[in-house]
Design a protein around this ligand. Structure first.
Ligand code: SF4
Ligand code: SF4
Length: 127
């Protein structure tokens, strides 16, 4: 068994888990968007779970169904880090220029939305 870091670590990466791991099996480089637990080195002590501020770490058998892809992401990372990064990007795309909202209503299809467009205005009756 191993412990697994899941999606909530993405873009958080505060390293609280690294501080407490007795076998130094939690790794990432500056290029990574999350940290990963080496399933071969992990001794299943569970020490990393509570310090995580976003509750991203689970024992392998407790990983929620919608996070199970991250069990593989953690494992693959130690064999092919680039493949793990691609999978993370697929599972949780980084906000890019198109979808990074900086202000008012933005659409990814390029359409300009006029204020009030799309809402019916009912003219008052003439009495
Ligand atoms: S369970 Fe223990 S050994 Fe495994 S990653 Fe967490 S702190 Fe490290
Ligand atoms: S403590 Fe949690 S959020 Fe912080 S690096 Fe570890 S897994 Fe990621």
């Amino acid at each position: 068994m191993t412990y697994v870091i899941t999606e909530r670590c993405i873009d958080v990466k505060d390293g609280a888990c690294v501080e407490v791991c007795p076998v130094d099996c939690i790794h990432a480089s500056d290029d990574d968007r999350m940290l990963h637990i080496d399933p071969v080195e992990c001794i299943d002590c569970g020490a990393c779970v509570d310090p995580c501020p976003v509750d991203a770490i689970y024992a392998e058998e407790d990983v929620p169904p919608d996070q199970r892809a991250y069990t593989e992401v953690n494992r693959v990372y130690f064999q092919d880090a680039a493949a793990a990064r691609r999978e993370i990007e697929r599972l949780h795309p980084q906000a890019g220029a198109e979808t990074h909202l900086t202000g008012t209503c933005a659409r990814t299809d390029g359409a300009v939305v006029e204020p009030g467009a799309g809402s019916e205005t009912v003219a008052p009756g003439h009495g």
